[in-house]
Design a protein around this ligand. Structure first.
Ligand code: FAD
Length: 510
């Protein structure tokens, strides 16, 4: 987890001269030990909390644009006027304070209650909404539906045993043993009860009948007027002997993470198949637990496909410095329960293995319901599938990215949540097109990389800064156009690039 920074700046309780808060501007300060952002808009003044409600990022270190504050860590966006968490990954509003003017001085002393959030025209709302999926997109959609005033029946079906959880943490602090259990659920049981979200766990949807508007369960069915498919993806198990043994683990759900943690207790050595983000994050976390860690992958350089040769080599060195042993340009052929056999005839002793070789989007329900599916469920700009009553979001959704100029499907946490939020708005009849720039982050020991944009191929990588702890930005270009940027220690610039891409996408969309 990125550490919370202490509050800095003037103490607004003792007052600040109005002249120090320019019209249209925002000043970062504190009230007691709490960071606060004080904004002036004409003759109105607003004071909201200065720490992101997702992971505590200091908003003053991010971007303040107009009435919005963007968090530098995972790019949540808040309203400076109301404190509302406008876009994921934050859901809780910032606290608010009353701003008192006494002569030419402003004082911020008293907390205000959370402002009622804006709803939408309820006459356009359906009566029953069903969400299939209890992950990032499904959760964000359910929360946004209620936030926008949807008062009808809301059912959420999840094949998971656990309520929606902080999935990215499962390969990071949680797996490393440094995140307490109570960080993991996105919300407690009272959230679903209070918002009347009928969350049904271990309820796999077996089919959809679009004609009758029914989701089919084992011996039951649920009726919908509008349906959201947010079924995510399933880890791939490679073909080969032993990759289904009880000590061969995938990592997707909380149950998977718990099983790996149990296996790690008392284990000496683990082999990880796959040198992409999940595999390498798991490697870092299992090193933190003191295991000998081997990473086996067919590529010559870890993360090369997404980050390129140089940045991938840099990450390889970080892992090697922490004791990870790489076996690259090799295939894992079979696992006999205690040894992993590689394509060059060598063997690695491993008490267990972790399979991090990629995921497959769960599009079976959509295909069986005859929705348009092509490397993902095809959706329009409002996240609507080829059936007007069915929407899709998250890892399964393939949507048109106006900046890239083609349909893309991404497997990122924040993107899935933002798509869920966009789908919620569309399901309630709002006419908002989804055009957010994809963003993801990945953490390896104390190195957190941020990535904005989408680059499947590129012709040039411009690296600004040095590939070292001082930080860098790698820009992925094609034909002179910036497609994506990966950064380390340059969070504000990463946000700036994302915001300019967002604006470009919005312009291209209309
Ligand atoms: C360990 C791990 C670490 C990650 N770290 C990062 C990170 O650092 N940064 C980042 O950007 N991304 C990260 N990701 C990727 C990110 O978590 C996914 O992109 C995101 O969760 C996708 O959201 P989703 O809602 O589409 O799917 P999911 O979150 O996977 O949710 C899918 C849900 O659908 C349910 N489901 C599936 N089929 C059915 C069915 N037939 N009936 C009922 N329910 C069903 C599942 O049980 C699950 O509840 C990570 C992923 C993993 C596994």
């Amino acid at each position: 987890m990125d550490a919370q920074k202490p509050a800095e700046g003037p103490d607004f309780r003792v007052g600040i001269a109005i002249a120090e808060v320019r019209d249209g501007g925002t000043v970062a300060g504190q009230v007691g030990d709490q960071p606060v952002l004080l904004s002036r808009r004409g003759s109105s003044y607003f004071a909201v909390g200065g720490s992101c409600t997702h992971y505590g990022g200091r908003l003053a270190d991010g971007l303040i644009e107009g009435d919005h504050a963007h968090c530098p860590l995972h790019h949540a966006c808040f309203s400076l006027r109301t404190g509302e968490a406008l876009t994921a990954p934050a859901f809780d509003s910032l606290p608010r304070w009353r701003v008192d003017r006494e002569g030419e001085t402003l004082f911020v002393r008293d907390r205000l209650s959370v402002e009622e959030r804006s709803g939408s025209d309820t006459s356009l709302h359906p009566e029953r909404i069903v969400i299939v999926g209890g992950g990032a997109a499904g959760f964000a959609a359910a929360e946004m539906l209620r936030r926008r005033g949807f008062a009808g029946a809301l059912t959420m079906l999840s094949a998971d045993r656990a309520p929606p959880c902080d999935r990215p943490n499962l390969s990071k602090d949680y797996l490393a043993g440094t995140a307490p259990e109570d960080w993991i659920p996105l919300k407690g049981d009272d959230f679903y009860r209070d918002l009347k979200i009928d969350l049904r766990l271990e309820q796999e949807a077996l089919g959809i009948d679009p004609r009758r508007k029914e989701v089919l369960l084992d011996g039951d069915r649920v009726l919908y007027d509008t349906l959201l498919l947010a079924t995510g993806a399933t880890p791939v198990r490679p073909v080969g002997e032993g990759f289904r043994l009880s000590n061969a683990f995938v990592l997707r759900s909380l149950a998977d993470a718990r099983a790996i943690i149990t296996a790690a207790k008392g284990a000496h050595s683990v082999a990880i198949l796959g040198a992409s983000f999940i595999g390498l994050e798991a490697a870092a976390s299992l090193r933190a637990r003191g295991l000998e860690v081997h990473v086996v992958a067919p590529e010559a350089v870890p993360l090369q496909r997404v980050l390129g040769h140089e940045v991938g080599t840099f990450f390889r060195a970080i892992h090697e410095d922490h004791g990870v042993k790489f076996h690259l340009s090799l295939m894992a052929e079979r696992f006999d329960g205690s040894e992993l056999h590689l394509s060059d005839g060598s063997r690695i002793a491993a008490d267990f293995i972790v399979l991090g070789v990629g995921v497959k989007p769960n599009t079976k329900l959509a295909s069986a319901a005859a929705l348009d599916v092509d490397n993902g469920v095809l959706v329009d700009r409002r996240m609507r599938t080829s059936d007007p009553a069915i929407f899709a979001a998250g890892d399964i959704a393939r949507y048109f990215d106006p900046r890239v100029g083609e349909h893309i499907r991404v497997e990122h946490w924040v993107a899935a949540e933002q798509q869920g939020q966009a789908a919620a708005a569309s399901m309630l009849g709002d006419d908002l097109a989804f055009s957010a720039t994809p963003f993801f982050w990945s953490a390896h020991y104390d190195h957190s990389i941020r990535y904005v944009g989408h680059a499947q191929t590129w012709d040039t990588i411009n690296i600004d800064g040095s590939l070292g702890p001082e930080g860098f930005i790698a820009r992925y270009m094609k034909g002179g156009k910036l497609l994506a940027a990966a950064s380390l220690g340059r969070d504000r610039e990463s946000l700036q690039i994302q915001r300019s891409m967002d604006k470009e996408a919005a312009r291209a969309a209309f």
